[in-house]
Ligand binder design. Structure first.
Ligand code: NI
Length: 183
């Protein structure tokens, strides 16, 4: 595998604060290429021999805006078995329902645009359903839970110009801990 040449914006870049726009279909060749590049990049970032070779930070999700493109598209690559992956290509997502129950990632959330450790609780819905369009523009619905639900919400925030660090209480990063379940 060859490492795709993509440049991920850092949190200080104001572009990350833009609200991404609805995507129209058919997708352009360029956008399809970027989708493929992101999938390959995320996969390689989770495979030891590649992340060591290229000094990558492992990540499971990226939104187009993190490459400076304000379009409502994000990709999640989930390792389901040893070096076996499931890809989600999500375009124009809309949340249709969510659980009352909140969860948070105990070890803290990470983001390929935030190059530092940030402690604290980021409240997320334990389960949620969204509608979205696939790469062909067909309308789809998906229900996600636990860590994948967190990943989807993290990426949907990117589309609205929001970073996970914005959601951590500055004075008390572990505020309301007892009201949520740790995963
Ligand atoms: Ni992120």
């Amino acid at each position: 595998m060859e490492l795709p040449k993509i440049k991920i914006l850092d949190e200080k870049d104001k572009t990350l604060r833009l609200k991404s726009k609805e995507v129209t279909f058919p997708l352009s060749k360029e956008d399809k290429k970027i989708i493929d590049d992101i999938i390959t990049y995320l996969k390689m970032s989770q495979i030891e021999k590649y992340y060591e070779k290229y000094n990558l930070r492992p990540g499971m999700g990226l939104a187009f805006i993190q490459l400076g493109i304000p379009k409502n598209i994000f990709i999640i690559v989930e390792e389901i078995n040893e070096e076996e992956f499931r890809n989600y290509v999500i375009i124009n997502p809309k949340m249709i329902s969510h659980s009352e129950e909140l969860i948070y990632v105990g070890e803290g959330e990470g983001c390929l645009s935030v190059n530092r450790e940030v402690e604290g609780i980021v409240p997320r819905y334990a389960r949620m359903s969204i509608t979205y369009q696939d790469i062909n523009g067909n309308k789809q619905e998906i229900r996600v839970r636990e860590d994948i639900s967190v990943a989807f919400q993290h990426e949907m925030d990117h589309l609205n110009g929001i970073l996970f660090i914005d959601k951590i209480d500055k004075k008390n990063p572990f505020k309301d801990k007892e009201k949520m379940r740790e995963i």
